[in-house]
Design a protein around this ligand. Structure first.
Ligand code: MLT
Length: 410
């Protein structure tokens, strides 16, 4: 009989969001009259903006004609998209990139997981706590860890607690680490990093020959000036950082699927023999073997995000979600809760009332208010006692959810 990868058996429970979905379905089945409002998973609700939809339709029509038909595209992504992103999204930040340094994909979740392919298992990985669960779980799946302890920390991973005391910004690990995950604006806490804070991490990584995996999936939701949208705004970052970006939340592509990874040519790791080797070359090798690129119509639609019309429409939707974030943040404060995030990120991170556990608060909101959020402990042990609300709902639902919670907590 074939042996399974029993690293999977070390995983504590189902993946967080399907687990929440399962509980909500069970509740809805038992209470069919309940009007459940979902502010749990960060899934977008606004439809694709017209300029993007038009480009999408036109690209599908291209597939209907011999002269414009597109089969396999470049595994790395079409130049028309890569060059547009560099010109419209990176150059205005003062960041120059070569076409060969960007890789288009079918989403950031897969990229965050797949990148582990090109790093040896004996690397020590540092992860924030709480954190987007994909970073942790994929390291468990690949076999980099031992079992979890009673708190939920896996042996072999260095956890960097992010809490009220440190402003949800991780301190440098005491032990030597090789790979560091950073996510800003942060999922789930909504914290955003300043340039000085990111510079600290870049300098740390350079001094310690570590690589930063920088998840910038929520950069478009930074509303205040002065915060870095890319780690490459920090000098030296091209020598120590990979950056992930996503069209999912920015442009409503959670169902369409498109993301990107930047792997600078200056970035190097070492072989077992201690020789330096280009990380960009390895990732290209990995992608050309294991991936055939995001689909042509999707890449055309993604490029349309950066047209003048496309960006204006996209920005209006981002503003819509950030207005939701304001409504949630202020509503939860008015309900007497301690609230973080929601200013430069589409997530509101709140402290549960009277020290309730995250899952107890989840059950309370589900059963008493029929509102779904995400228990903070699902993002890691330091998330216990916290709760995340997503700003990606419809305005009416958001207003209704806030009113129900305020009424309940009176
Ligand atoms: C979240 O709710 O944290 C995100 O939607 C998860 C994801 O982007 O995969």
């Amino acid at each position: 009989m074939a042996h399974i990868n029993d690293n999977y058996l070390k995983l504590k429970a189902g993946y967080l969001f399907p687990e929440i979905g399962r509980r909500v379905r069970a509740f809805a089945e038992a209470n069919p009259q309940a009007k459940v409002i979902r502010l749990g998973i960060g899934d977008v609700t606004r439809p694709l903006p017209p300029a993007i939809l038009k480009a999408f339709h036109e690209a599908v029509d291209d597939l209907a004609r011999v002269e414009t038909f597109a089969g396999y595209g470049p595994e790395q992504g079409y130049d028309f998209l890569i060059n547009t992103i560099i010109e419209k999204s990176y150059n205005p930040l003062g960041v120059t990139l070569k076409t060969s340094e960007m890789f288009i994909s079918d989403g950031s979740k897969c990229d965050c997981a797949n990148i582990l392919d090109i790093f040896a298992l004996d690397n020590v990985v540092a992860i924030g706590d709480p954190v987007y669960p994909v970073y942790n779980d994929t390291n468990v799946m690949i076999g980099r860890t031992g079992e979890a302890d009673e708190k939920g920390y896996y042996k072999g991973i260095v956890y960097m607690p992010c809490n009220e005391a440190n402003g949800f910004f991780p301190a440098y690990p005491k032990e030597k680490v090789d790979i560091i995950y950073l996510c800003f604006p942060n999922n789930p806490t909504g914290a955003v990093a300043t340039k000085a804070q990111l510079k600290g991490w870049v300098d740390y990584a350079l001094q310690n020959h570590a690589i930063i995996l920088f998840d910038a999936a929520y950069e478009a939701f930074i509303t205040e000036p002065g915060y870095p949208h890319s780690i490459y705004e920090i000098e030296g970052a091209k020598k120590c950082a990979v950056e992930f970006r996503s069209f999912s939340k920015t442009a409503g592509f959670t169902g369409v699927r498109c993301g990107l990874v930047v792997v600078p040519e200056e970035l190097e790791g070492t072989t077992t023999n201690g020789e330096k080797y280009s990380v960009n070359k390895l990732w290209l090798r990995r992608q050309t073997t294991k991936f055939n690129g995001a689909s042509y119509p999707v890449q055309k639609a993604a490029a349309a995000v950066y047209s003048a019309e496309g960006w204006q429409q996209t920005k209006e939707i981002i503003d819509y979600y950030m207005e939701n974030a304001r409504i949630i943040r202020e509503g939860m404060k008015a309900a007497g809760l301690t609230v973080y995030g929601g200013v430069n990120a589409p997530y509101i991170w709140l402290k549960t009332p009277s020290g309730m556990s995250s899952w107890d608060f989840f059950d309370k909101l589900l059963t008493e208010c029929n509102v779904v959020g995400t228990p903070g402990s699902g993002f890691g042990p330091s998330g216990e006692g916290f709760f995340r609300l997503s700003a990606f709902g419809n305005r009416d639902s958001v207003i209704e959810a806030v009113a129900r919670i305020r009424q309940n907590l009176k």
